[in-house]
Design a binder for this molecule. Structure first.
Ligand code: HAM
Length: 426
C-alpha cells in the first residue's frame, strides 16, 4: 500500500479507539486510589518558560541538554513543551500561593509530555504520564507512602513481578563531599569510561553510576557509594524509610547506583519496574523521589517535597503483554431500527428518551434498508432490536424483536422504555 503523504511526527502516536480502554482503565484506577489518599487534581499548561526546566530539571541533565522541544514565540518568549511535570507543579505551588494552604498540599496530574529522544520500544517523543507531588512534609513516611501508592496502583491494574529499587542520594550537606570522592575515583580511571561518561565526569559525575555501557560497569562496581557517606540527617531519614517499607512488607532492592536523571532530587529516590523472567525489566514504569530544594531553587519558600510519575504507554504495554483482563464498559443490548422518513424522524427523538434514561441503544440511522440494519444489530450482538416502521409510527407502536429467537412483540410507544428496562434486567 502506498504510504500516505502525512504521517504523525516521529516518536508520536495516535491513541486509537481500541487503545483508549486501557488509558481509561488506568485513569479510573489512578483517580480512585489517589482520591482515597487525599490528592487533588491539577492541570498545568503544556508549555512553560524554558528557564523553568533549565533551573528545575537541571542544566546538566539529558532532558535539558538534548531532549527539550524549545522555541521562541512571535512575541519573543522562550517556551518549552513540558518534558516532565515536577517543575511545572512546583511553579504552580509557588505562583498560586499554595504554601498558605494547610500543608501538606497533595496534587496529582495526568497528561502528555514531550522529550526529543531516540524513539524505541517504550520510549517516545510524546508520551503520557500520571504522577503526584506532595509539598510541605519532611517525614520519611511520605517517601514510603509515595512508593506504596504507585505500587498499589500497579497491583490494582493486575501487574505482577513488580520490582522496587531504592536509594538515597544525600542532600546539599553530604553530597558535595561525596561528589568530590567520586570525581577523584573516576578521574583516576577515566580511560576506562565511555565517551558519555567522560563528559559526565565534568558535568554530572553522579550520572556515571547509572551508565548502561558494558565498558563502564567494572569501574562503577568499585566506586565509592553514597550510602557510606550520608550525613546524619540523610542517614536517619533513609533508615526510617527502610523501616517503614519493612513495616508495610513491601519488598524492595537497595540499588546504590540508582541516581535518577534529574537534578532536583535529595535523599530518597526510587523506581518501580517489572521483572521479566530473564531478570530486570526493560525500563522503569515509575520513577520518583524527594526534592526538598526545588521550590527554593525556583524562587519560592523552601518547602520539602516528594513525588513520582509513571509512564502510561509502558503500563499499557505490560498490561497487553500479560493479557490483563479488566471490566470493559457494557456494550448496548438494544438496537433501534427504522424504516421510512417518518420513522427515522421519530427515532431521533426516541433515542434521546433512552439517553435521558441512561439506557444504551445502538443505531444505524444512515442506513435505510431494514435487512442491513438488522445485520448490523446482529454484528453488535444486541439482545433486542426495536423496529419502527411507517405503520408503527402512525399507530404509536413499536416492535421488540428478540434477536436470538426471532420472536416479535408489539408495544405502545409510551410504554417502551419501561418494557425494555424490564427485559434488560431479566
Ligand atoms: P522520569 O523517570 O523521567 O521522572 O519519568 C517517569 C516515568 O515516565 C518513567 O518511569 C517512564 O515510565 C515514563 N517515561 C519517561 N520518559 C519516557 C519516554 N520518552 N517514553 C515513554 N515513557 C517515558 C519524571 O518525569 C519525574 N518528573 C518524576 C517525579 C515526580 N519525581 C518527583 N516527582
Amino acid at each position: 500500500m502506498k504510504k500516505p503523504k502525512f504521517q504523525s511526527p516521529t516518536g508520536m502516536h495516535d491513541i486509537l479507539p481500541e487503545e483508549q480502554k486501557y488509558f481509561q482503565r488506568i485513569y479510573d484506577v489512578v483517580e480512585n486510589i489517589v482520591n482515597f489518599y487525599g490528592f487533588k487534581k491539577i492541570d498545568t499548561p503544556i508549555l512553560e518558560e524554558t528557564q523553568l526546566f533549565e533551573k528545575g530539571t537541571g542544566l546538566s541533565t539529558d532532558i535539558v541538554q538534548k531532549q527539550m522541544y524549545s522555541f521562541r514565540t512571535k512575541g519573543g518568549d522562550h517556551l518549552t513543551l513540558r518534558p516532565e511535570g515536577t517543575p511545572s507543579i512546583a511553579r504552580a505551588y509557588i505562583q498560586q500561593g499554595m504554601f498558605n494552604l494547610p500543608q501538606p498540599v497533595k496534587l496529582w496530574y495526568w497528561g502528555p509530555f514531550f522529550r526529543y529522544e531516540h524513539p524505541q520500544q517504550g520510549r517516545f517523543r510524546q508520551f503520557w504520564q500520571f504522577g503526584f507531588e506532595v509539598f510541605g512534609e519532611t517525614g520519611a513516611v511520605i517517601d514510603v507512602q509515595s512508593i506504596q501508592i504507585f505500587y498499589n496502583i500497579l497491583r490494582e491494574l493486575r501487574l505482577k513481578n513488580l520490582f522496587i529499587e531504592i536509594n538515597n542520594i544525600g542532600d546539599n550537606q553530604c553530597r558535595p563531599y561525596y561528589k568530590k570522592l567520586l570525581i577523584s575515583y573516576f578521574r583516576s580511571r577515566e580511560t576506562n569510561l565511555c565517551s558519555d561518561c567522560k563528559r559526565r565526569l565534568r558535568e554530572n559525575p553522579l550520572r556515571i553510576l547509572d551508565c548502561k555501557e558494558e565498558k563502564c560497569h567494572q569501574v562503577i562496581s568499585q566506586a565509592p557509594q553514597m550510602i557510606d557517606h550520608l550525613c546524619e540527617e540523610c542517614h536517619d531519614h533513609f533508615k526510617e524509610v527502610l523501616e517503614f517499607l519493612d513495616e508495610i512488607e513491601l519488598s524492595y532492592s537497595l540499588n546504590p547506583h540508582l541516581v535518577r536523571g534529574l537534578d532536583y532530587y535529595t535523599k530518597t529516590v526510587f523506581e518501580i519496574s517489572q521483572q521479566s523472567p530473564e531478570g530486570k525489566s526493560q525500563g522503569s514504569l515509575v520513577g520518583g523521589g524527594r526534592y526538598d530544594v526545588l521550590t527554593k531553587l525556583l524562587g519560592g519558600k523552601p518547602t520539602p517535597a516528594c513525588g513520582g510519575a509513571a509512564g502510561i504507554e509502558r503500563i499499557v504495554a505490560v498490561m497487553k503483554e500479560n493479557n490483563v483482563k479488566f471490566p470493559e464498559p457494557s456494550s448496548p443490548k438494544l438496537f433501534l431500527a427504522q424504516l421510512g422518513t417518518l420513522a427515522k424522524r421519530k427515532s431521533l427523538k426516541l433515542l434521546e428518551d433512552f439517553r435521558k434514561q441512561k439506557i444504551q441503544v445502538s443505531e444505524s440511522f444512515g442506513r435505510d434498508s431494514l435487512k442491513a440494519q438488522l445485520a448490523r444489530a446482529n454484528k453488535i450482538g444486541v439482545k433486542y432490536a426495536l423496529i419502527l416502521g411507517q405503520r408503527e409510527v402512525l399507530e404509536n407502536q413499536i416492535l421488540i424483536r428478540d434477536m436470538a429467537t426471532g420472536k416479535q412483540e408489539t408495544v405502545k410507544l409510551e410504554k417502551l422504555v419501561r418494557e425494555v428496562e424490564k427485559r434488560i434486567k431479566k
